[in-house]
Design a protein around this ligand. Structure first.
Ligand code: SF4
Length: 346
């Protein structure tokens, strides 16, 4: 009977060191292999050239490296790149590189499909199949960092967890991946350049505050009126705005970090004055920033981008209430890489 080999990247550095001691080698060998696995992103044991052939064979006999594979890379006319990423069990997720004049951002996935059911989102149509492992999240970032260096001559500068999935529904693995991304033994990126974007799971937002995380938080709000939010994000009936706001107050009290809201204005859904006033009221308790995001229809025409008059109204009322507001144009529309469009269509 074939023995199922263990994913070596599920082991901590300490566990790797112990493995080598148990097999009659020096603990230090664990450090070397760990460096190959994370800092050098080795795809196979073969790559580990400063490890003896015999030891490499022993690793091969005991473990696998479940590296992701970029199956298909699409480049948009605006420089955006979308990767279709194949996982070891043949499932596929997508991640996106978004270049601007001053930064290169990776938008990464945290789940295969999504456990939530936002009606405007293409990913919601793929049911959640499983959570991504920390190494699968880390690999997406490494792949985009390599593409950024190759096609834009600069390293990746920022990461947003805004691809497929709700990151707070895969909290432990997302945290482990961020630990690796920010560790000097991984990519050494600053946590301040990482944004975890959630549709708002109150219990987990409080947990993040308790865990004293150093990355930034963004909330996909889209409406500050319960009935409307529930009609577009049905899970709002389980996690209503009152609970979300209470959790955000808790987060702000602990971190003193400004809260960013992602917000799409749709024609006939949330484009009235009362919608903006409810948003102002919701944001009041802490310094806030609202990103008004351009919407990309996902084919059935139920949701349409609001008029520029409605967007202007949002901007002027928010600014009059001292709330920072930016209007964000979507990128990579020609390759279905824009916000809410990730659905493994490539
Ligand atoms: S918007 Fe985000 S949370 Fe909502 S269904 Fe899509 S991927 Fe999931």
């Amino acid at each position: 009977m074939e023995v199922k080999k263990k994913d070596i990247r599920a082991l901590t550095k300490e566990q790797l060191r112990e493995f080598f001691v148990k097999h009659g080698d020096k603990a230090f060998r664990g450090n070397q292999v760990y460096e190959w696995l994370w800092q050098k992103s080795a795809y196979s044991f073969e790559d580990m050239t400063n490890i003896s052939l015999e030891t490499r064979q022993m690793l091969e006999d005991n473990f696998v490296i479940n590296h992701i594979k970029v199956d298909q890379m699409q480049r948009s006319s605006d420089g955006t790149i979308k990767n279709a990423v194949r996982l070891h069990d043949d499932l596929v997720v997508e991640s996106v590189l978004i270049p601007t004049a001053s930064r290169t951002t990776a938008c990464v996935s945290s789940q295969v499909g999504c456990s939530l059911d936002c009606r405007f989102c293409a990913t919601a149509r793929l049911k959640r199949m499983r959570n991504l492992n920390p190494d699968e999240i880390y690999d997406q970032v490494v792949a985009i960092d390599n593409e950024s260096r190759l096609y834009h001559n600069r390293p990746l500068s920022n990461i947003v967890f805004m691809g497929m999935g709700e990151p707070l529904m895969n909290y432990n693995n997302v945290l482990k991946a961020i630990d690796k991304i920010t560790s000097p033994e991984g990519l050494g990126m600053s946590p301040k350049r990482i944004v975890v974007s959630t549709s708002g799971v109150p219990k987990m937002i409080k947990k993040m505050a308790d865990d004293n995380v150093k990355f930034k938080l963004a909330v996909s709000l889209h409406s500050a009126i319960d009935d409307i939010r529930t009609s577009i994000m049905p899970f709002n009936s389980t996690f209503p705005l009152h609970d979300l706001r209470e959790a955000l107050q808790y987060w702000y009290a602990a971190t003193k970090n400004r809260i960013t809201y992602e917000y799409v204005v749709w024609d006939g859904i949330n484009d009235k004055r009362k919608d903006v006033e409810a948003l102002v009221e919701f944001c009041k308790f802490a310094p806030s920033k609202v990103n008004l995001i351009e919407y990309n229809p996902i084919d059935d025409g139920e949701f349409q981008q609001a008029t520029s008059k409605a967007i202007d109204m949002y901007v002027s009322i928010l600014e009059a209430n001292n709330i920072t507001v930016t209007v964000r144009r979507s990128r990579g529309k020609d390759i279905d890489a824009a916000c809410g469009q990730l659905a493994n269509k490539s």
